[in-house]
Design a protein around this ligand. Sequence first.
Ligand code: GAL
Length: 424
Amino acid sequence: MKKFRLLLAVFIAFSIALSGCNNKSQTSSGKQKEEKKLEIFSWWTGAGEEDGLLALLELFKEKYPDIEVENAAVAGGAGTNAKAVLATRMQGNNPPSTFQVHGGQELNASWVAAGKMEPLNDLYEQEGWMDKFPKDLIDMVSVDGNIYSVPVNIHRSNVLWYNKKIFEENNLQVPATFDEFFDVAEKLKAKGITPLALGDKEPWTATHIFENVLLAKLGPDGYNALWSGELSFDDPKVKESVEIFGKMLSYVNEDHSSRNWQDASQLVAKGEAAMNIMGDWAKGYFVNDMKLKVNEDFGYVPTPETDGYFMVVTDTFGLPKGVKNADDVKKFLSVLGSVEGQDVFNPLKGSIPARIDADLSKYDQYGKDTMEDFKNSKLAPSLAHGSAAPEGVLTRVNQAVNIFVTQKDVNQFIDALKTAAQEL
Ligand code: GAL
C-alpha cells in the first residue's frame, strides 16, 4: 500500500511537471508567434485608401506564406489619428514592425533625429535600388548618407479635379489661373452649383488647398524658402496667397466642416459640386469606390497657376530600431520596393510608382500623364503631408488654418504662421 501511494505520488508529480512543461512550450511558442508577427502600420483604411495596401499585402503573402501579417491601420486621412498612436508607441519603445511615414521632415526630423530608425543602405545595395529610385526621392529619406525608408509611391498634391458633365453642360473652361477660377466659380454659384468641394472635418484638407496657393504665388523656390526659414511669412506674396485662399473659401459647400476628404470628393463625383482640390488618392476613390471613368466622368488639371510644378507627397516605410523580426521587415520592404510591389499598389492607390522602371501598361491615362509631369516639373515637398516642415510646425499651421477658415482674419492668420515658423 505504502509502495502504491509512493508510486501514485511520483506519477502525479510527473504529470504535473509534464503538463507544466506543455504549458510552457505553448506559451513560448505563442509569444514567439506574437513577436514574429509582421505588423504593418498605416492610415489606409476604407474608401479610396485601402485597396492598394490590401493588394500589396496579398502579394507579400504569396511570396512569404509563412510570415504572419497584421494590418494595423488606424483610420483618419493624412494620418490624423495614426500619427498620434504611432508617437505614443515609439515613445514607449513599442514600435510596429514597420510604419507609413512621409519622406522628408516627418521621417527625418522626428524618428531619425530621435535615433529610432535603422539605416537601410544594405537593403538598397542588395536590391540594386540606388539607381531605381529618383535621386531627389532618396535624398528625402536620407540623413548624412544613411537611407532610412523605402518609398512605395509618389502622390501629387496639386491637382484640381472636376466634374466633366458640369463643365460641359454649363459651357465652362477649366480654370488655369486664379482669375479664371473665380470667374468660373461665380458663374457656377449663380446657377446654384457648389463651385469647390471641401471637407475639413480633418483640418489638413484646408491646409492642402492653402499650400497649393502658396506654391502658385511663390513658385517652388519661394515656397521652399518659406520652410527653410529663408523667406519670412511677412512677404507680400504670402499675404496675396492668404487673400486668394480666403476668397476660395467663399465658394465651398456650407457643410464643409462635417465632411472628410472622401465625402467632399463625393460631391464632385455625384455632380453636386464642380471642383475639388485634393491629392491623387482622390483618383483611387473616384475610380475604385465611385466607379467613375478617368477623362469621361471626371477630369484633372494642375491647381491654378501651378502648371510645371509638382507638389510631392511620398509614402514610405522603414525599419524601427529594436523590432524583433527585422529580417521579415526587410523582406516586406523588398517586396514594397520591387517593380511588382509598386505596380500592384499604385494603380489602385492613384499614385505613381516611386521607381523609375515601372510597367507603364499597368497605369491609366492619369497615371501616365502624372509620370510624365513628374519628370518635367519643378518639385516641391508638401507641407500638409509631412515633407516640408517638422511635425510641430504642421500642427500649428493646421490649427491656424482651421481658425482662418471660420474667422477669415488675414493678419491674425499671418501672425499665427509666423509663430509656427519659429519652430523651423
Ligand atoms: C496622405 C497620404 C496618402 C493618403 C492621404 C489621405 O498623407 O500620403 O497616401 O492616404 O493622406 O489619407
